[in-house]
Design a protein around this ligand. Structure first.
Ligand code: S5P
Length: 452
């Protein structure tokens, strides 16, 4: 069997813990948010989880098993299936009709019941459930929880004489995530602070305005994009991931008035033609005053990148104002990008990306020292001298089935200090792209103003 740590990482990949700034039911602000419900959607993981939980327990003690509704219901069911301990179901509210039963299933008074809970925080909902179960004449001695948030719940129940078994607690989980560089030292410190009962002070991030950034910007394309942002009151970049020129041009014309730049993947066009695609695109960029950002994500040695940038079908250097590039080839590999603003890929938005904190630290050394680079594509805060471009932005979805992960414009602008949001499907897949572009533009600008 894999180690407990490996098993946790498998669970983590299902999206059960999020880091950032969250307001809990109690009104307290927390640096992390836990929701174990996704585990039930992955049968293999759920089955393994059931066995991990069962392994910790003196199984002979239990006649029946019961999950605290609702999140723990699938876990209790899986444990019952794996152990053959019969399941009972506790309702959240008693039925208003018929039997008015609060507990469903077959049980007898005096039986000992194992309670299953997903997450224990203060222990309040567990205490309520225990009371209700005990009122039916059922005994409770043990409770098993998947994750202990270490906020006093376990101690509270133990003080009442219950035995609480937990598979993971937040401190060990944070340690595992730090080891694999999924979270950085700042986050670890904040979470430890929170767990120790201190109210976490989330710095109110004050950002530099676009005007202030313009004063110190050196690169001509950094200046340009900031000027457009100020003039159009927009921090929106639309990603135009189309496969036909007609769709690309129509879209550029519709959303053009609301964006600072149009981001292309020019190599996905089926019908690329320099005259039919690029000339009209450039006209639209002039007409609506936006920059052309080619998302080529170069990732090679300098010589090859130079060829890819200026030759071949697309001749990117002829028309792009901004290009994206990895910095994996080292500083010299970026020298070829002349007369264009380079937006370096620091961190990616996709699940399981290899751009962990160690990579980002090393990449940042290259980025800060290279004059062609005006900013970064990233999902975290960076220093004020660089412009921050954040993709993975969507108002309706949390991700796709290919690993993309989304946040709202407000989240990235307020938490990371994003200067420019990059929105693809959120706009181009909507029924009314122009209206939707306006909505993202307004959301983005409002969030920007609120952080000044
Ligand atoms: O980390 C990244 C970097 C980029 S540039 N994650 C991304 O999603 N992108 C690009 O942003 C991606 O290639 C796509 O063109 C766009 C996001 O599209 P969406 O439809 O998921 O919003």
């Amino acid at each position: 069997m894999e180690s407990k740590k490996e098993f946790f990482l498998e669970c983590y990949k299902l999206g059960i813990i999020k880091f950032g700034r969250f307001t809990l039911k109690s009104g307290i602000e927390s640096p992390f948010y836990v929701d174990l419900r996704p585990l039930a959607s992955d049968p293999k993981t759920l089955k393994k989880l059931a066995n991990y939980l069962l392994e910790m327990l003196p199984l002979d003690n239990f006649d029946i098993i019961c999950g605290v509704p609702y999140a723990a219901l699938p876990m209790a069911t899986a444990m019952s299936l794996e152990s053959f301990i019969p399941l009972i179901i506790k309702r959240k509210e008693a039925k208003a009709y018929g039997t008015k039963k609060l507990i469903e299933g077959i049980f007898e008074k005096g039986q000992n019941c194992l309670l299953v809970e997903d997450v224990i925080t203060s222990g309040k909902s567990l205490v309520e459930t225990i009371d209700e179960v005990e009122n039916e004449g059922i005994k409770v001695s043990d409770i098993v929880v998947v994750l202990d948030r270490q906020q006093g719940g376990k101690e509270k129940l133990e003080a009442k004489g219950y035995k609480v078994h937990s598979l993971f607690n937040i401190s060990e989980v944070v340690e595992i995530l730090r080891e694999v560089n999924y979270i950085d030292e700042d986050e670890v410190a904040r979470i430890k602070d929170f767990v120790n009962g201190n109210q976490v002070i989330f710095e109110e991030k004050k950002r530099l305005s676009y005007e202030q950034k313009l004063e110190t910007a050196e690169h001509s394309f950094a200046k340009k994009i900031l000027e457009i942002a100020i003039e159009k009151r927009s921090n929106l970049i639309a990603s135009a991931d189309f496969i036909t020129t007609k769709e690309l041009l129509d879209f550029a014309d519709f959303v053009g008035p609301h964006i600072v730049a149009l981001k292309t993947h020019i190599d996905i066009l089926n019908d690329f033609d320099a005259d039919e695609t690029i000339l009209p695109l450039k006209d639209l960029a002039t007409k609506h005053n936006f920059l052309l950002m080619e998302d080529r994500k170069f990732a090679d040695i300098g010589n090859t990148q130079e060829l890819q940038f200026s030759y071949g079908t697309y001749k990117i250097s002829n028309w792009a104002d901004l290009v994206t590039s990895h910095v994996i080839g080292g500083s010299k590999s970026l020298d070829c990008f002349m007369n264009v603003g380079v937006v370096a890929i620091l961190g990616m938005s996709s699940k399981g990306t290899l751009t962990d904190s160690h990579y980002r630290e090393e990449a940042m050394k290259v980025i800060q020292s290279h004059p062609n680079i005006i900013g970064c594509v990233a999902q975290n805060e960076i220093s004020d001298e660089l412009l921050l471009f954040t993709p993975g932005v969507n108002l309706g979805e949390t991700g796709d089935d290919k690993g993309q992960q989304y946040n709202s414009p407000e989240h990235v602008i307020k938490n990371y200090g994003t200067d420019f949001i990059i929105v693809g499907r959120g706009i181009y897949k909507s029924e009314e792209p122009e209206q939707e572009a306006l909505r993202y533009k307004n959301e983005g600008w409002k969030a920007y103003l609120e952080t000044l």
